[in-house]
Write a protein that binds this ligand. Structure first.
Ligand SMILES: *[C@@H]1O[C@H](CO)[C@@H](O)[C@H](O)[C@H]1NC(C)=O
Ligand SMILES: *[C@@H]1O[C@H](CO)[C@@H](O)[C@H](O)[C@H]1NC(C)=O
Ligand SMILES: *[C@@H]1O[C@H](CO)[C@@H](O)[C@H](O)[C@H]1NC(C)=O
Ligand SMILES: *[C@@H]1O[C@H](CO)[C@@H](O)[C@H](O)[C@H]1NC(C)=O
Ligand SMILES: *[C@@H]1O[C@H](CO)[C@@H](O)[C@H](O)[C@H]1NC(C)=O
Ligand SMILES: *[C@@H]1O[C@H](CO)[C@@H](O)[C@H](O)[C@H]1NC(C)=O
Ligand SMILES: *[C@@H]1O[C@H](CO)[C@@H](O)[C@H](O)[C@H]1NC(C)=O
Length: 378
């Protein structure tokens, strides 16, 4: 038996220990120990443009015009209106840490969906279903900080339309809520503190977030992030500050390079711009990404872009480029130039999914679909 006063001492010590014991700290953040102490704003993340607009079907299944039954309604989506080849979970598993998507009301179902330009063109399904997939991935990847960048072309209310969907998907209480807005580049928290606090999802909306019905976790993109121009058709990606708004100085914003190369397939009038899958191995290669980042750095406080937004994220060497921009590896230790595709398609599929086939398919279906979509595919 211990004397009474010793018990008191021991229990007091235990109590003190419990009260002061540090909560478990993340030791690896977004895959790297050194990121835990870095500001969210001082990391380069690879993002998926039109992340919902994926189709895993090789477009050639419908190129076989001699076999019309093979040409389902999927054909058009696969050939022209898709911007990605792998699904959301696969994008995240590859290392994508910013998901971009475009919202539209689907008038046939009355649901609020992610669609490419129009729900008739490419219908990615309800925002709720999409966010549930993201939530499942977040739950199984607790040490990852993820950014969601959604566009709101219909100007839907953050409070009445967007928030209930985030709530139902279970993402609202995983979001980062800044103490005040706008957040300067130097004022973002570290990845470690976001992960430790369980507030590791950053949500940006391109419009209405600073409108009359704001939500504390839905952040107005352009008062904190500037972007390069979109629908670029020049492979040198000349850099300029495209969308931004005050009051912060340009260099106090973080920035996104819209590094997807488009091709004007009908160069008449305003043309028909589609993403260019044939160019993706080069566009998503280390040389092209680093050149774009270097071209933009002088406009961005001599820092690397926080976000590199890509089409066809499964093709190319974007993640190696990010490692270089993040100072994890030196540029000289990496191969440069255009990358072979990392598409996991195999055998017959990989032959029919070759760039030449995709190219052929894109042209064919773009022309077939002109009547409906003239110039509208962004
Ligand atoms: C997403 O893609 C991965 C990899 O290709 C696949 O294993 C998985 O089944 C797909 N998920 C869904 C819901 O289709
Ligand atoms: C859906 O209906 C609204 C109102 O009737 C209209 O403004 C909008 O353009 C329609 N959206 C699509 C994708 O057709
Ligand atoms: C988030 O919300 C869910 C569902 O309401 C709840 O179970 C969970 O404990 C909450 N998590 C945090 C960190 O508040
Ligand atoms: C995490 O919580 C601590 C204590 O409440 C707070 O000081 C810190 O600012 C929070 N960090 C983030 C990223 O919210
Ligand atoms: C990037 O480019 C696309 C067009 O290719 C445009 O719709 C989009 O607004 C741009 N920015 C983002 C964040 O997607
Ligand atoms: C493409 O961009 C480069 C670099 O800014 C510029 O020199 C060139 O003139 C541009 N080409 C076209 C066709 O605009
Ligand atoms: C992070 O900071 C380092 C050192 O100042 C800088 O070289 C790098 O470009 C920064 N990256 C981003 C995304 O801000």
């Amino acid at each position: 038996m211990l004397p009474q006063h010793l018990w008191v001492l021991i229990s007091t010590a235990v109590g003190v220990l419990a009260a002061t014991a540090p909560t478990k700290r993340a030791t690896v953040c977004n895959g790297h120990a050194e990121f835990c102490s870095r500001l969210y704003s001082n990391v380069t993340y690879i993002g998926a443009h039109d992340s919902f607009a994926f189709s895993e079907d090789p477009p050639c299944t419908c190129v076989v015009l001699l076999n019309p039954p093979a040409c389902t309604s999927n054909a058009f989506a696969s050939s022209v209106a898709r911007d990605q080849e792998v699904n959301i979970t696969a994008q995240l598993d590859l290392g994508i840490r910013l998901l971009q998507a475009q919202s539209h009301t689907d008038n046939s179902t009355g649901t609020f969906n992610f669609c490419h330009t129009s729900c008739d063109l490419f219908n990615g399904g309800p925002v709720l279903d999409y966010l549930k997939i993201v939530k499942t991935w977040l739950d199984s990847n607790p040490n990852e900080v993820l950014t969601l960048l959604f566009t709101n072309p219909e100007g839907q209310s953050p409070a009445n339309v967007w928030k209930p969907i985030f709530d139902e998907a279970g993402i609202s209480n995983l979001t980062y809520i800044p103490p005040s807005l706008p957040i300067k580049q130097s004022d973002w928290p570290t990845l470690g503190s976001m992960i430790d606090n369980g507030t590791r999802v950053v949500v940006f909306l391109d419009s209405q977030a600073d409108g009359p019905e704001p939500v504390n976790f839905i952040l107005p993109e352009f008062s904190m992030v500037w972007e390069t121009p979109f629908s670029v058709t020049n492979a040198s990606f000349p850099c300029s500050v495209n969308r931004i708004h005050g009051p912060l100085a340009t260099e106090d914003h973080i920035y996104l390079i819209n590094h997807s190369l488009n091709i004007n397939i009908i160069p008449i009038g305003s043309g028909v711009i589609i993403s260019d899958p044939l160019a993706a191995p080069t566009t998503n290669g280390i040389t092209s990404i680093l050149a774009n980042a270097n071209g933009c750095a002088p406009l961005g406080g001599n820092r690397a872009p926080s976000f590199v937004l890509l089409d066809y994220v499964n093709i190319g060497q974007a993640f190696q480029a990010a490692d270089i921009l993040n100072g994890l590896v030196s540029p000289s230790s990496s191969a440069s130039g255009a990358a072979p595709t990392s598409s996991k398609k195999s055998g017959a599929l990989s032959a029919v999914n070759s760039p030449q086939w995709r190219w052929w398919a894109s042209w064919t279906f773009a022309i077939v679909a002109l009547g409906e979509s003239w110039g509208r595919i962004l």
